[in-house]
Design a protein around this ligand. Structure first.
Ligand code: ATP
Length: 319
């Protein structure tokens, strides 16, 4: 393998730069030329390449976002778009590609792999919604960012003796809400993977007040409902003073945690080794504690669920 490319695609996630850095430096270490593709599949289709050197990834491991920029590209979902991307890679003499992104990005990567470009995916999304991996790059940082916010909200919630509803990201996955809810001492955690009843939520709130609690926090995963609607319902049905905070995009930004930097570095380096070994159509991952690779088809067909024992534990501790 003479020349490989690396891109970030889909939503940005803290740790993507650490992954790009690891891909770049590992490839150069093995004497392989590296180019970066800007703006995901959009940049691939238009040939937006940038030479990657040891220096171009210097001072990036600690930075959030992605130095390669990212994008969503509808035309790449079509066979014509994929063929165009394939041709651009062929003309540039690129033999291998590393795509850092979510499962949508993996589908694009798989299409290129089927056309004949050796392609490896790295799970990069704050949502942790990819099967066959213990944690996605960016998840740990997002959880830590949300916890910091919850701790601050808790101070004001206690001072004013209020109930706070906090909505966190995660799209259809409750992972962020579960981890933040448990670590932040929430009264109730509402996630899409577990049906909930508002009567239960209210019962717990009232039980807390009866034993002298000064504040309550209800954690809502965006996939379970809108924080605003839940807050309104609680205010109308309890008479408590309820405030709602939607954490939003602050969860995507910020310097990656040490854990995400380590994970991204391991996976970035491993992706290059997989390419050098002639592998393609796979995700590099840490799964059940081991550094391994899993076929995209297996990733797509495996049903995943967050660790629901955390949910049960949070319920017990919120007694
Ligand atoms: P995140 O989880 O952060 O949203 P993602 O990678 O799942 O990341 P998507 O918007 O689903 O984000 O996908 C990113 C890009 O991958 C799309 O804009 C498109 O260019 C490409 N892509 C998505 N689905 C497909 C598909 N079925 N075939 C080819 N390319 C695809």
């Amino acid at each position: 393998m003479q020349k490989i490319a690396v891109m970030t695609s889909g939503g940005d996630a803290p740790g993507m730069n650490a992954a790009v850095r690891a891909v770049t430096r590992t490839a150069i270490y093995h004497g392989v030329e590296v180019v970066g593709i800007r703006r995901g599949f959009t940049g691939l289709m238009s040939g937006e390449f940038v030479d990657m050197t040891l220096g171009s990834v210097a001072d990036t491991i600690q930075r959030g976002g992605t130095i390669l920029y990212t994008a969503r590209c509808e035309p790449f979902k079509t066979p014509e778009g994929q063929q165009q991307g394939f041709q651009v890679l062929q003309e540039a003499g690129i033999d291998g590609l590393v795509v850092v992104g979510g499962d949508g990005s993996f589908r694009g990567a798989q299409a290129l792999s089927k056309l004949g470009v050796k392609t490896i995916g790295l799970p990069g999304t704050i949502d942790n919604d990819i099967a066959c991996c213990d944690a996605t790059i960016g998840f740990d940082t997002a959880v830590n960012t949300a916890i910091e916010a919850i701790d601050k909200i808790r101070d004001t919630a206690t001072s004013h003796e209020r109930t706070y509803v906090v909505e966190v990201m995660g799209r259809n996955a409750g992972d962020i809400a579960l981890h933040v809810g448990l670590a932040g001492g929430a009264e109730s955690i509402l996630v899409p993977e577990r049906p909930f009843s508002m009567d239960d939520v209210i019962r717990k709130l009232e039980r807390g007040v009866a034993r002298g609690k000064k504040h309550s926090i209800i954690l809502v995963a965006e996939g379970a409902g809108r924080g605003m609607d839940i807050g309104k319902y609680l205010a109308e049905h309890t008479g408590f003073e309820v405030r709602v905070t939607v954490l939003g995009h602050i969860q995507r930004g910020g310097a990656p945690s040490a854990k995400d930097r380590v994970l991204a570095s391991q996976l970035g380096a491993y992706a290059v080794e997989l390419l050098l070994n002639g592998e393609s159509g796979k995700m590099a991952t840490i799964y059940q504690g081991a550094l391994t690779s899993v076929d995209f088809d297996t990733v797509f067909s495996t049903k995943r669920e967050p660790d629901m024992s955390l949910y049960d534990l949070a319920e017990t501790l919120a007694i």
